[in-house]
Design a binder for this molecule. Structure first.
Ligand code: BTN
Length: 335
């Protein structure tokens, strides 16, 4: 962003409810009124909503909610992060993967206003309409074993649940990494890792987080309209939300494989004593879980959730009394 634009933005952001006159802006920044007008127009074309009233001046509307990468980088204190923003890309995970393969360092964060091919787990898509959500991918270069990659996802799930709970109640984790608000899924997490055959470790991992902040203008598409929801939290900008998530996540991440997030994860995973359906997976220890109350899963093996292990496996007591330990996959919570 040009320095005039970013300086004007900084002054307007510092006084969110106040009109600042063109004369005052000119004095503060030592620039002409015409330069101010041009910069304001340029900011508007980037999505900022700036009220301009004769004899009063300019005021930044709180509903702008543009991701401000410079401000975000300043708010992030738990890692050396570089934020790259896009108006529209296919998938922030794919772009982050390309960047990681080309050598981008850990802490590179890719954020888009919308994704045209947002990816979900198990080959599903993630609906990512313009300005409705936070669509963010983080490049990680973790020093953990490939078998511990699940810890990245679960640390992120605990993080998102904790951060959202500061702003609203009724946030819970549906094992393994979906975040629900009341009875609606408001966040999905997709971690993609690339293995290094020579070191038998992870070359890099991409942590992708998608949060439905506002109900999309055209609502949710038919296939997810009964399950997806939005947070609709007032006075929470995407920049602040992203910073809070990154800061807390990296606190956990830097301590891996220590699992200090197990306790918040357990606190928010409110599935104990709930009956669930287990979808059969490709191996005995890997299962898939469907959506809450989805009748398509009524024929699958059922059981009652009894706990979660220290490595985040779900324990389900089956009807025959045996306990099944699920290491990955999905469950449907029976109504
Ligand atoms: C799921 O619910 O199955 C996981 C959804 C993950 C969506 C996020 S949005 C940012 C990042 N980019 C993607 O293409 N997917 C993840």
């Amino acid at each position: 962003m040009s320095s005039t634009k970013s300086e004007i933005l900084k002054v307007l952001e510092e006084s969110p409810d106040t009109f600042i006159s063109g004369a005052e802006l000119g004095r503060k920044l030592n620039i002409s009124r015409n330069a101010i007008w041009k910069a304001v127009k340029a900011l508007e074309s980037e999505g900022y909503i700036i009220e301009s009233v004769t004899n009063k001046g300019y005021r930044l509307s709180a509903s702008s909610d543009v991701i401000n990468s410079e401000r975000l980088e300043k708010l992030i204190t738990s890692c050396q992060c570089k934020v790259v923003t896009y108006k529209s890309i296919a998938s922030t995970n794919n772009t982050a993967k390309d960047m990681a393969a080309a050598g981008a360092p850990e802490g590179t964060i890719v954020i888009a206003d919308m994704q045209t091919a947002g990816k979900g787990r198990m080959g599903r898509s993630f609906y990512s309409p313009e300005r409705s959500g936070l669509y963010m991918s983080v490049i990680l270069r973790p020093a953990i074993l490939p078998s511990q990659a699940l810890l990245i996802t679960t640390a992120a799930a605990a993080t998102v649940a904790e951060v959202l709970s500061v702003h609203t109640s009724d946030i819970w984790i549906k094992w393994v990494n979906d975040i629900f608000y009341e009875n609606r899924k408001v966040c999905g997490i997709l971690t993609e890792a690339v293995f290094n055959a020579e070191t038998a470790g992870l070359d890099y991992a991409i942590l992708g987080i998608g949060i439905n902040i506002r109900t999309p203008e055209a609502s949710f598409p038919d296939d997810i309209k009964n399950i997806a929801g939005a947070l609709d939290i007032k006075d929470l900008t995407r920049t602040e939300l992203a910073a809070a998530i990154i800061n807390r996540f990296f606190d956990y991440y830097h301590n891996l494989p220590d699992v200090r997030f197990l306790s918040p994860y357990k606190k928010y995973m409110k599935l104990i004593d709930k009956e669930v359906s287990i979808l059969p997976g490709p191996t005995a220890s890997s299962s898939r879980i469907g959506l809450v109350g989805d009748s398509r899963y009524s024929d699958y093996e059922k059981g009652v959730v009894t706990g979660i292990t220290d490595d985040f496996h779900l324990l389900v007591r089956l009807k025959n009394g045996q306990t099944k330990e699920l290491s990955s996959g999905e469950i449907a919570i029976n109504p």
